[in-house]
Ligand binder design. Sequence first.
Ligand SMILES: *[C@@H]1O[C@H](CO)[C@@H](O)[C@H](O)[C@H]1NC(C)=O
Ligand SMILES: *[C@@H]1O[C@H](CO)[C@@H](O)[C@H](O)[C@H]1NC(C)=O
Ligand SMILES: *[C@@H]1O[C@H](CO)[C@@H](O)[C@H](O)[C@H]1NC(C)=O
Ligand SMILES: *[C@@H]1O[C@H](CO)[C@@H](O)[C@H](O)[C@H]1NC(C)=O
Ligand SMILES: *[C@@H]1O[C@H](CO)[C@@H](O)[C@H](O)[C@H]1NC(C)=O
Ligand SMILES: *[C@@H]1O[C@H](CO)[C@@H](O)[C@H](O)[C@H]1NC(C)=O
Length: 426
Amino acid sequence: MMRITTLVIKLIIIVNITFAIAKPTNIRCCHGSTIINSKLYIGGGIVGPADKSNYSSDFFSLDLTVPFSTSSPSDVPYEEHSNLLIKCSGHALVYAVNKGGGMIYLFSGFRGEPKGSAIYGYSLKLNAWSEVTPGGAIMPAESTTKVFGVTDSNLNTIYILVNSTMYIYNAFENFLYISTNLPPYQIYYYATVMLNTSEIAFIGGGNGTNRVNNNHNNIPMNQILLYNTKISSWYIKNAKGTNGMIPSPRQGHSASIAPDGRIFVYGGFDGNGSAIESVGSHPVFTVLEYVNGEFVWSTPKLFGQLFQFRIYHTSHVFGNYLFIAFGRNLTHSRLNTIDTIDISNRDNYIVVTDFVPPGYVPPISSSSSSSPPSPPSASNKNNKNITIASVFGSVGALIIVIGCAYFFIRRYRYQNVIPTPGNDRT
Ligand SMILES: *[C@@H]1O[C@H](CO)[C@@H](O)[C@H](O)[C@H]1NC(C)=O
Ligand SMILES: *[C@@H]1O[C@H](CO)[C@@H](O)[C@H](O)[C@H]1NC(C)=O
Ligand SMILES: *[C@@H]1O[C@H](CO)[C@@H](O)[C@H](O)[C@H]1NC(C)=O
Ligand SMILES: *[C@@H]1O[C@H](CO)[C@@H](O)[C@H](O)[C@H]1NC(C)=O
Ligand SMILES: *[C@@H]1O[C@H](CO)[C@@H](O)[C@H](O)[C@H]1NC(C)=O
Ligand SMILES: *[C@@H]1O[C@H](CO)[C@@H](O)[C@H](O)[C@H]1NC(C)=O
């Protein structure tokens, strides 16, 4: 009886936690994302229809060790986590190692009210966010453009450009520095990657030095702005095009680097937010390489591409795949789609809709209580079941839990029929 009581108490806690987390609509742009422990974590961004902008505090993940299909976006098996402590967009999510193990750090961006602090950290162990207050410099809570965080190869130091100031956050020491050197011009809506030479490449974007209304001043793509983390200095390098072909300038695109050095640049537009139909940059998918100190663009074919335009998305390389998440379409609608591009063949890039992790072995049977998570086709549609199952870890407990959960969910729902102030139910 005692055990059952304990179980019920635990259950109440779990059910309450699960229901306290709003189901993410997933349709969003301008979010932050990062991959750690084979999970793609996504947080914040702008949600709602094109004419209404709401900043979100959702935080959820996609397990990249189980197969899933991207063809039905609402069935992608996302797992919800504790919400961000602020509503934001254009912020950066980046993982770094600190004395306590590691955290997903959230930096800056645009904020809803209250603005909160510049830096927050998510503990994967505790499934909890907390405010991070480093020693040293002070970073403004809000930035003037979307920000990106890149780390050194030890994952100890995060570099982040906020309002044209290079902030250097040492996660291990919890200390924030400011680079004394400023970039040669201000940049906005660029994309960035850390190169294996300890240089950070800033690709594309607008030149904000003389920014006036509707003057986008896009930076030509044959000009790559670099920050050298070893000597804290900025300089520009030219990029050549294979057969002289240089991609068109762009804003709102993404860049991600593979271990072999290929930098995938995806999407982008001319930067004119007033146009009813945005003008996309070409090609949508393009590859930059940095070999022997020289940048070279190439424009390989991408087969099976579903969308010819995407901005304000994020992208990540994971194994032989490039994941492109959410964003905005040509007519300003936010997206809930994930594109998975097979990058294993450098001459043939292919969009795949059924993602199967490399080396994935399907579970043998569901009768074993220690079997790995089942593929999405089975029963992963219900995130609540996954959460509870992982807590109790046995099929027997799962049955009891589902039974009790049903009882408590009913109770919980009935208790919450009474409208709370500020909760518009119409
Ligand atoms: C956006 O926020 C407003 C005000 O907080 C709220 O009334 C509205 O329901 C929200 N819309 C969406 C799509 O979340
Ligand atoms: C950004 O930097 C400029 C130049 O230093 C300064 O005038 C402006 O107030 C800063 N903006 C914010 C939001 O910090
Ligand atoms: C950025 O704009 C400034 C001021 O107009 C100009 O001097 C500079 O050459 C521009 N730089 C680039 C890379 O476009
Ligand atoms: C860095 O990447 C380039 C490809 O971009 C590769 O040729 C080079 O060997 C790499 N260097 C190191 C030290 O890994
Ligand atoms: C931006 O788009 C608007 C609406 O189509 C147009 O009037 C304006 O000239 C464009 N601005 C630039 C700099 O292209
Ligand atoms: C953008 O998305 C919206 C909503 O899904 C859709 O109605 C619209 O047709 C899309 N625009 C384009 C150009 O595909």
